[in-house]
Write a protein that binds this ligand. Structure first.
Ligand code: S3P
Length: 179
């Protein structure tokens, strides 16, 4: 019991992965099972600036969004007992990957470019980086970006197959790592 309380006190889980890999769904499912608060970093940014991510990109560009993302990550990382769903690009900017790995545990939801394509082709509208791409362009974008981003993602504490999430196993891995 005592051990459990100590363990719970400093648990911070960061869910990372490409757009469309199911980060928010997984984080929401894990939160009650690990007794953690659930946050979505993009949602926190939208609430703070009272603008959609899409509008932030349109008004101020990607660089400004990345700064906001880094600031929000820094802010939330100073709290305890949460599971955070992050934006797909976040681990690849600033020192974000190091920050997450030093503050807590990172879980990478790995998915193939083909699976990502089939999930993203019908949910592009609110995603500024892909909303104007046709299917051919989207395929190429996913392949190129994933190749660019994987070296960051692969530095995660836990890497799982996003198409077959075994929650029981994932929870036990997270608990083992957090001891
Ligand atoms: C982005 C992913 C988005 C959002 C923004 C940029 C990216 O989040 O942060 O549109 O660079 O991959 P999701 O991964 O939740 O779609």
């Amino acid at each position: 019991m005592f051990n459990k309380l100590i363990l719970q006190k400093s648990m911070r889980i960061f869910i990372i992965g490409f757009m469309g890999s199911g980060k928010t769904t997984v984080a929401k499912k894990l939160a009650p099972r690990l007794k953690l608060s659930f946050y979505d970093l993009d949602k926190l940014i939208e609430e703070r600036y009272n603008k959609s991510i899409d509008t932030i990109f349109e008004d101020k560009g990607e660089e400004s969004f990345r700064k906001k993302e880094n600031l929000m990550l820094t802010e939330i990382s100073s709290s305890d007992n949460f599971i955070l769903s992050t934006g797909g690009g976040l681990p690849c900017f600033y020192d974000n990957m190091n920050m997450m790995n030093s503050k807590g545990k990172t879980v990478y939801l790995r998915m193939s470019p083909l699976a990502l394509f089939s999930r993203l082709k019908n949910s592009k509208a609110h995603r500024p980086l892909i909303k104007n791409l046709d299917d051919g362009q989207l395929k190429l974008f996913i392949e190129k970006k994933l190749e660019e981003r994987e070296p960051y993602y692969l530095r995660a504490s836990v890497i799982i197959d996003a198409l077959n999430v075994d929650y029981k196993r994932l929870i036990s891995e997270i608990e083992k790592l957090s001891k």
